[in-house]
Every structure is written in structure tokens, then in C-alpha cells.
Design a binder for this molecule. Structure first.
Ligand code: C2E
Ligand code: MG
Ligand code: MG
Ligand code: MG
Length: 259
């Protein structure tokens, strides 16, 4: 029932602009913490129910095709945020999550190009996160879409790596730059030996394929130390910074600049 009512409410929410973006910093882990990117995470402030998690409404929006207009908005707002950060002297990328429908949308490239143009954000400051499930269908089509995004000059990352079913032979063909180790492999470090082995193996494999690695969901110093020992270049998580409105991220950065 909740899902059914979400459908109607999502449409209204789009019209009434009940969405906002939070940004979670991503840090360089090796050689001192340094902010390299912020990941845009959509938030829905529902009139009666308060905040609704994207984990709940993004899949519904995806099913209904509403993710395409919502995603356009996210891309534009993210580019605007990236431009604002640049104007304040913060040279960090903005990473945007893409869903399957958006990825397959024939208008995606135009949308991205237009957002970059309108906001004046150089493409090198924009990043897209895609998931393994999106790269598993038609490899030729996937290569074409990724290739044209890449040609714009954006950075590409594979999100939630290890939770889907991408084959390694696919992976090495893709023009991606980064791999994000899913938080589920980070969560139980240093207690779960298997997760530690998997995280270390994923990092090593990514490096062999010439990819940089971002660890998700870093919550403890032990996890951070383990990832650093394994030469994981970048990371994000509550230990380092929670997702927050742009203004808050900016004040965090002011402190960084002052250091
Ligand atoms: P994701 O892209 O894997 O994003 C990471 C999620 O982990 C975010 O949840 C973030 O708030 C959370 N997180 C970050 N650090 C920690 C930590 O240390 N511990 C824990 N437990 N969690 C942490 P969020 O914001 O609820 O987003 C959930 C998912 O919704 C995202 O997963 C992404 O798949 C999707 N999503 C969010 N925004 C968008 C969007 O604009 N477009 C699309 N297509 N999907 C989005
Ligand atoms: Mg993501
Ligand atoms: Mg993720
Ligand atoms: Mg995740």
C-alpha cells in the first residue's frame, strides 16, 4: 500500500519540487586526507511523512520512468553545485548516480551536455556512478553509451562493486576510471576475514586493470587503516563525513583550505 501511494506522490513531488540534494565528501586516503569529490545523493522531504530514503523511492521512480525527469534535475543541480564549489576555489568533482533507465535514455548525452553548458562546469569535474547490473545487458550498446559519456570528458565509476554480477572480461573492456568497493565488504572489517580478503582482492584486481578504487561506508579507524594498508586511493563514509547540504560541505572545505 505504501508503495502504491508512493507512486502518485512521486509525481506530485516532482511537480512541487520536494526533492533536494545532499553531498557526501570523497577523500583521497593516501598521503593525508584530501577532498577529491562529493557524491550527490537525492533526498525527498515528504509533506506528511518527512524524509523518505532514496533506497525506497528511487526503485519506484525507476519502475515508473519518473527517474528520468528526476535524474535530469539531479544532473543539473549537481553541475550547479560543482560550479559553485569551483567558484569558491574548491576543485572537486561532483559524482552523480545513474539508474538503468537513465543510462538507457537516448536523451542522456544531450541532458549532460546541456547541464554542463548551462552551468559552465567543465566536464572533468563531473563524474557518473553506474552499477554492475547496468553493464550486463548488451555490451555493444553499453560500450557506446559509456564511450560517448567518456568522450565528453567526465569520470566514470562502477558503484556497489561486488554486489552484482559483472564478469571480469566485461570489466576490462569498459572505459571506466574507478571502482567503488561496496560498503557491505567494508562494514565488518576487521572482524570478518572473508570480507577483508574480498576487499583486498578487489582493490588489487582494480589496480591491475588500471582503475582507481573508492571504498564506501568507512565508519571506523580500523577500516580506514586496513584500506590504506591495501593502497585504496579514495574513500567515503560516516567516519570522514556524512552526506550534508552543499552549504555544510562548503564550510567543511573552508576549514580544509585554511589548514
Ligand atoms: P549509493 O550510491 O551506494 O550511495 C551510498 C549510500 O550509503 C548513501 O545512502 C549514503 O548516505 C550511505 N552512506 C555513506 N556513508 C555511509 C556509512 O559510513 N555508513 C552507512 N551505513 N551508510 C553510508 P543514501 O543517500 O540513502 O542512498 C541510497 C542509494 O540510493 C544510493 O546508494 C544510490 O544507489 C541511490 N541514489 C541516491 N541518490 C540518487 C540519485 O540521485 N539518482 C539515482 N539514480 N540513485 C540515487
Ligand atoms: Mg553511489
Ligand atoms: Mg554505492
Ligand atoms: Mg552502496
Amino acid at each position: 500500500m505504501r508503495r502504491a501511494s508512493l507512486e502518485g506522490e512521486l509525481r506530485t513531488a516532482l511537480e512541487e519540487r520536494q526533492f533536494s540534494l545532499h553531498f557526501q565528501p570523497q577523500w583521497n586516503l593516501l598521503g593525508g586526507l584530501q577532498l577529491v569529490a562529493v557524491e550527490a545523493l537525492v533526498r525527498w522531504q515528504h509533506a506528511e511523512r518527512g524524509w523518505i530514503s532514496p533506497a525506497e523511492f528511487v526503485p519506484v521512480a525507476e519502475e515508473l520512468g519518473l527517474i528520468v525527469p528526476l535524474g535530469h534535475w539531479v544532473i543539473r543541480e549537481s553541475c550547479r553545485a560543482g560550479r559553485l564549489l569551483l567558484d569558491q576555489g574548491h576543485e572537486v568533482r561532483v559524482a552523480v548516480n545513474l539508474s538503468l533507465r537513465q543510462f538507457r535514455d537516448p536523451m542522456l548525452l544531450d541532458t549532460v551536455r546541456q547541464a554542463l553548458e548551462e552551468t559552465g562546469l567543465p566536464a572533468s569535474y563531473l563524474e557518473f556512478e553506474i552499477t554492475e547490473s547496468m553493464i550486463m545487458d548488451d555490451i555493444d550498446r553499453v560500450l557506446e553509451i559509456l564511450g560517448s559519456l567518456k568522450a565528453l570528458g567526465v569520470t566514470l565509476a562502477i558503484d556497489d562493486f561486488g554486489t552484482g554480477y559483472s564478469s571480469l572480461s566485461y570489466l576490462k573492456q569498459l572505459p571506466v576510471d574507478q571502482l567503488k568497493v561496496d560498503a557491505s565488504f567494508v562494514r565488518d572489517i576487521p572482524h570478518d576475514r572473508n570480507d577483508m580478503e574480498i576487499a583486498a582482492a578487489v582493490i588489487a584486481m582494480a589496480h591491475k586493470l588500471g582503475l582507481k578504487v573508492v571504498a564506501e561506508g568507512i565508519e571506523t579507524h580500523e577500516q580506514l587503516a586496513f584500506l590504506r594498508d591495501n593502497r585504496c586511493e579514495m574513500g567515503q563514509g560516516y567516519l570522514l563525513a556524512r552526506p550534508a547540504p552543499l552549504a555544510e560541505v562548503m564550510s567543511l572545505l573552508e576549514v580544509e583550505l585554511a589548514d
